[in-house]
Design a protein around this ligand. Structure first.
Ligand SMILES: *Cc1c(COP(=O)(O)O)cnc(C)c1O
Length: 415
């Protein structure tokens, strides 16, 4: 059977409107809400588009976007490597069957416990270092394995704000210092294999791509001036997805051209680390309306998911589309609606002042593009158990990928 969702699978983006409402309602009926739904077929399709656009690149999945075992399995299966930001992510990648040689550990101010764990559990992993200090700490631990240097490019969108807050400098060594640090690392016996830059903000339109070109030029300059032969140049993640219906999907071909142009005379393999792009549009969050409250302005629809389930709106003022899955939604008048959660915080607003069918208690809402940085940022604040995750696989078969946390889990570790 060809559903709209299947048709969208070959496309550059799956929109919230492409998901089958009957299917989502039946999943919420079976597994309860709030519920994350992650479609692994879509995750694989996203990976295949990236692999096709960058045929010679090694694609590492940035695990922090969604570290669920079913997602990691699916991506390992189609040939991705894993970019991990912590010992916990390395342990989950290993548990999902990634070999240490397929893992990059990006050590950002790494806690001692994390360094100890990664060197012990994943010998052969590539350690990506962003401070001279980290080299000292690796040497103290007798590490002489694969090492890459993270450079902060010092250019790109939002750069001056980032410098002001230290947010940029936190993530690498200045590009001017890179040749010296690389030479020093090689002298100290590390197996220096690559250079790395991750610009951070999502690339979506032509203007984003222009500022990304500056980052690519910087990392290319670093690679050309490297005093050792490099196996790879890692240009990070940051492939963007459209969160709003009027945004066009990313032109992957244009990004691939920009990368090819910038690195044309660099003799090293290309590595990419997309996170969001592989999983965002493969996931939705389902929430049930429990309270409808008229106000002087937008009607408030109180739902059973909040900032503890999906933090991005409260944390970054991020936009996520909301769709009413009420069977008669198209017959209802539309009105201004704000979708709010059950947490005692004024920022607990999933969507403010949207045009939606008049909500009623018991309606199911779907929140779009929730597959990246969604369940991963869930917390137990307000003593809210984290939500369940269901995985769709092999044409839509569903299975529970993560149980809803029971109330007992909230006190389990207390002594
Ligand atoms: C977060 C991160 C990524 C992935 O970023 P996306 O925007 O999700 O693609 C890749 N590399 C590093 C080092 C990161 O910190």
């Amino acid at each position: 059977m060809t559903t709209p969702a299947d048709a969208a699978d070959s496309g550059d983006v799956r929109r919230l409107a492409d998901w089958d409402a009957d299917r989502l309602r039946s999943l919420a009926g079976e597994y309860g809400s709030p519920l994350y739904v992650q479609d692994l077929d879509r995750v694989r399709a996203n990976y295949e588009r990236v692999a096709a656009a960058f045929p010679d690149a090694d694609v590492l999945y940035a695990v922090k976007a969604n570290a669920g075992g079913s997602v990691l399995d699916a991506l390992r299966d189609v040939g991705a490597g894993a970019e991990c930001a912590s010992a916990g992510e390395v342990s989950r990648a290993l548990a999902a069957g990634f070999q240490p040689g397929e893992i990059h550990y990006t050590a950002v101010n790494p806690p001692a416990r994390d360094l100890d764990y990664v060197l012990d559990a994943a010998p052969g992993a590539t350690v990506v270092v962003g401070a001279r200090d980290t080299l000292d700490r690796l040497e103290e631990r007798g590490f002489d394995g694969r090492l890459a240097l993270r450079v902060h490019p010092g250019v790109g969108a939002g750069h001056s704000d980032e410098v002001a807050t230290g947010a940029d400098a936190k993530f690498g060594v200045p590009h001017d210092d890179a040749p010296g640090v690389l030479a020093g690392a090689a002298e100290r016996g590390f197996d220096v294999v690559g250079v790395h830059a991750h610009a951070g903000s999502g690339i979506l339109d032509a203007a984003d791509l222009d500022s990304h070109r500056e980052v690519l030029d910087r990392i290319a300059t670093v690679a050309r001036s490297a005093p050792v032969d490099l196996e790879f140049v890692d240009v990070g993640g940051g492939l963007g997805v459209p969160y709003r219906p009027d945004e066009r999907p990313l032109d992957l071909g244009a990004v691939a051209n920009a990368v090819r142009t910038a690195l044309a005379d660099v003799d090293a393999d290309l590595v990419l680390e997309p996170g969001r792009y592989l999983v965002a549009d493969a996931g939705v969050l389902l929430a049930e309306v429990n309270t409808v409250k008229p106000t002087g302005g937008a009607t408030l629809a109180g739902v059973d998911a909040g900032m503890t389930d999906l933090l991005r709106p409260a944390l970054y003022d991020a936009h996520h589309e909301v769709r009413s899955l009420a069977p008669d939604a198209s017959d209802r008048d539309t009105e201004r609606v704000s979708v709010v959660g059950p947490i005692c915080e004024s920022t607990d607003v999933l969507a403010a002042d949207r045009s939606l069918p008049a909500p009623a208690r018991g309606d199911l809402f779907a929140v779009g593009n929730a597959g990246a940085y969604g369940v991963e940022m869930a917390s137990n604040y307000n003593s809210r158990p984290r939500p369940a995750v269901v995985a769709l696989d092999g044409g839509g078969d569903d299975r529970l990928a993560r149980e809803r946390e029971p109330l007992e889990s909230l006190t389990r570790l207390e002594r």
